[in-house]
Design a protein around this ligand. Structure first.
Ligand code: NAP
Ligand code: F7E
Length: 346
């Protein structure tokens, strides 16, 4: 029975990866942060039912804890999914973001080395398309150079190179996944996709009047988190440690995402204006979407599009869930959930 340790298990990907590994008969350990309110809602269903799943308090900003957890569990595989993962927030708390997203990875790598686990333990680092930032070429592949545009992106570049350095210096099985945006009904509520599916569902149910957004023209290569955690596992099952781009190869604008959600909810949108003056009206003539400068970033990543040819060839990986199916699943989940909560309250 293999043992896996997941940093960031309470997050979107952590929860899907834990489910995936438990199905593969792994013993799964996860690290959760101490918080004053419950933060395990994405994994409660497995915590209650699976005896091969256990949680440990920890934080990647605490080197002693990281060291203690790793040396005690001595896992076969470590997935570092922990991060302050919100790009816009990283401009507000850059030093904290670097502490978690850059130094966090280094602390884990160093703990593997100090615990004499370099031969036994494989390591996965959750890299991101945000490292491409102001893109040097379209589409982006493993050889495309980085030009990060946020403290988040810069911190992830540090972790990317640190992972490669430990691989080369200490012969570790340490790999980077360079994952493009991936979403799901478990996506954090302040990322644009989930923010839109929740807000439009509430507007449809008469629980909210308006949705305020930022840059509608940004284009993202959006996949489903379930498909992407499978790729994370596959990366660690190869003969040699390596780095892989994981993406769908198709991109859509934020505006297109909103249009698709509105259509699924039978909201007929009529757009007026351009850029920050864009507005959308519903069939009753109510303005239900506006842009607000609060949601624009000091430096934006305008367009991302991944080329996963290497993953297709070596990992035999390709996304199973289409963009259309992803949007439908997210809209249906939020609409039905909100409808139920609203009815129960009434
Ligand atoms: P997420 O939902 O924001 O989850 C982040 C996880 O990290 C949560 O479990 C969070 O714990 C934990 N965490 C935050 N600070 C920590 C700290 N100081 N010590 C230990 N754990 C900490 O992110 P996600 O969407 O699942 O993404 C997983 C990873 O992939 C992240 O590293 C992200 O940067 C990266 N990534 C994501 C995408 C994407 O599109 N989703 C694309 C590329 C790369 P709490 O629950 O307590 O906050
Ligand atoms: O923004 C624009 C925003 O916050 C997507 C993280 O998982 O994926 C994620 O980062 C786009 C950006 O995700 C709003 O300006 C417009 O262009 O959903 P997001 P992200 O920044 O792409 C990458 C791969 C990661 O690694 C990250 O961890 O949408 N946008 N209006 C908005 N974004 C937000 N959040 N809110 C808005 O109102």
């Amino acid at each position: 029975m293999k043992t896996a340790l997941i940093f960031g298990v309470t997050g979107q990907d952590g929860s899907y990866l834990a489910e995936f590994l438990l199905k593969k008969k792994y013993k799964v350990h996860g690290v959760k942060r101490k918080s004053s309110s419950y933060n395990t809602n994405r994994i409660d269903h497995i915590l209650e039912t699976n005896k091969n799943f256990s949680l440990h308090y920890g934080d990647v900003t605490d080197a002693i804890l990281v060291m203690n957890i790793i040396s005690r569990i001595r896992p076969d595989e470590i997935y570092n999914l922990s991060a302050q993962s919100h790009v816009a927030v990283s401009f507000e708390i850059p030093e904290y973001t670097a502490n978690v997203d850059a130094l966090g990875c280094l602390r884990i790598l160093e703990a593997i080395k100090s615990s004499n686990l370099t031969k036994k333990c494989k390591f996965y680092q959750a890299g991101t398309s945000e490292m491409y930032g102001k893109v040097h070429e379209i589409p982006q592949n493993e050889k495309t150079s980085f030009y990060p545009r946020s403290p988040y992106g810069v911190s992830k570049v540090f972790s990317h190179w640190m992972t490669i350095n430990y691989r080369e210096a200490y012969n570790m099985f340490a790999c980077n996944g360079i994952l493009f945006n991936h979403e799901s009904p478990r996506r954090g509520e302040t990322f644009v996709t989930r923010k839109v599916t929740i807000a439009l569902s509430k507007i449809k149910l008469g629980l909210q009047k308006k949705l305020l957004v930022g840059n509608l023209n940004a284009k993202r290569d959006w996949g489903h988190a379930k498909d992407y955690v499978e790729a994370q596992w596959l990366i660690l099952q190869q003969k040699k440690p390596d780095d892989f781009v994981i993406s769908t190869g198709k991109n859509y604008s934020v505006k297109k995402f909103i249009d698709m959600c509105a259509k699924l909810l039978d909201i007929k949108l009529k757009w007026t204006g351009k850029g920050i003056n864009s507005k959308a009206f519903d069939q009753n003539g109510n303005c239900i979407i506006e842009c607000d400068k609060r949601y624009y970033r000091p430096t934006e990543v305008d367009i991302l599009l991944g080329d996963s040819t290497k993953a297709k060839k070596l990992l035999k990986w390709k996304p199973k869930i289409s963009f259309k199916e992803l949007v439908k699943e997210m809209v249906e989940y939020d609409f039905q959930n909100l409808k139920k909560t609203y009815r129960e309250k009434k």
